[in-house]
Write a new protein. Structure first.
Length: 124
């Protein structure tokens, strides 16, 4: 068994050396890689994932240099906010009717009646 592994290792290493020697003469478009049963050219896979840009690539913008919104639009927004918060405060709140909830469970009602009767007996 050990001889088989040694033979397999030496044969595999020899074939790998031959493949790398052959690959050194080929371009990225000529080299094909087996990915999940599909032959894909190496040039499609060999792409840089992160590109380093120079420091001046992204401009440095001061947030305070932007102009404020137009006064008329700002006034409209303030009026709208005032109407929503002050004049109609319950407009977006859910309307809940306490009477729409179901009654207490029958077992709980029986327990309450039992407790009330016991309290009444203790008071007498």
């Amino acid at each position: 068994f050990g001889i088989f592994l040694l033979f397999k290792y030496t044969v595999m290493s020899d074939t790998n050396k031959k493949d790398t020697a052959d690959l050194s003469k080929k371009t990225a478009d000529e080299i094909f890689v087996d990915l999940g049963g599909k032959k894909v050219p190496w040039s499609r896979i060999n792409k840089p994932h992160a590109v380093v840009h120079p420091t001046d690539h992204h401009p440095q913008v001061d947030a305070n240099s932007f102009p404020d919104i137009e006064p008329e639009q700002k006034q409209k927004e303030n009026i709208k906010e005032f109407e929503q918060q002050v004049l109609q405060p319950n407009l977006h709140k859910p309307n809940v009717d306490a009477n729409s909830f179901p009654d207490i469970e029958p077992e709980a009602k029986k327990r309450e009646e039992l407790l009330e009767s016991q309290r009444a007996k203790k008071e007498d």
